[in-house]
Design a protein around this ligand. Structure first.
Ligand code: SF4
Length: 239
């Protein structure tokens, strides 16, 4: 799926934007070769926990070619994943930085960087089949999903329906810390625990709406629900 995804050109506005950003670059990164293509999910293909964001950032994932890598949102997310034991290091700066996720995969409902971080409804719907396929491929192992933000939540629920789970009606409402159990709708699926967290955008993290502790609490609860046994790093002793 990932090999096919990186060649997708289905959304003309996003293709034009991702490539323009890759050509123009931000001054701080002018010596770098931008990725400028769809950004795949990151993490093992047999993950028990899936984290769903919104879309790659123009100078983050669209530059480095790895989801949430090289931007402030990713700094917060990967630091939290490291703190709960789901990542091998707290920083994510480039595709070859050695970071590995443990039992955890990170993806987004839209795989190309959108202008102003705002995909249109049509772009979200056009990209949905990739999320459905990713969910179907993860179905044998995935037990918990953490959704970052209301936009991702709204994008995920119909994909879950199509991928073989029975999303309740009325639809579960997004909120920070909410938790719903989603039942399977076909064989080959198992119960899925769905969690909400505020998005790791600067708008939330700079204002204190989302703190590292709040995010770590949701990730820890979801990891436990997913059956993951994670070992958080030992605190560095004071010298
Ligand atoms: Fe393809 Fe999704 Fe990118 Fe649209 S957003 S071009 S569907 S990968």
């Amino acid at each position: 799926m990932d090999e096919a995804l990186i060649d997708c050109r289905a959304c003309p506005r996003l293709v034009a934007w991702r490539e323009q950003v890759a050509r123009d670059k931000r001054a701080a990164f002018r010596d770098e070769a931008y990725w400028g293509r769809p950004v795949t999910g990151f993490g093992p293909s047999d993950a028990a926990m899936l984290v769903v964001g919104l879309a790659p950032a123009a100078h983050g994932g669209n530059r480095t070619g790895r989801m949430f890598t090289g931007d402030r949102s990713g700094d917060v997310l990967f630091a939290a994943l490291y703190a709960v034991g789901a990542a091998t290091q707290p920083t994510a700066i480039a595709r070859d930085d050695g970071l590995r996720l443990l039992g955890t995969r990170v993806t987004a409902p839209v795989h190309c960087a959108p202008p102003d971080n705002k995909p249109t409804v049509a772009e979200r719907d056009t990209c949905r089949h990739w999320l459905i396929t990713e969910l179907e491929l993860l179905a044998p192992t995935v037990r918990a999903i953490v959704v970052l933000g209301a936009w991702g939540w709204q994008a995920l629920l119909p994909a879950l329906d199509r991928a073989g789970w029975q999303v309740p009606r009325p639809r579960p409402k997004f909120g920070h810390g909410v938790h719903y159990s989603i039942e399977p709708a076909r064989s080959g699926r198992r119960d899925l625990e769905l969690f909400g967290s505020y998005h790791v955008s600067q708008q939330n993290t700079f204002t204190g709406r989302l703190t590292p502790t709040m995010l770590e609490q949701v990730l820890t609860t979801a990891a436990t629900a997913a059956g993951l046994t994670l070992t958080p790093p030992r605190p560095t002793p004071d010298r």
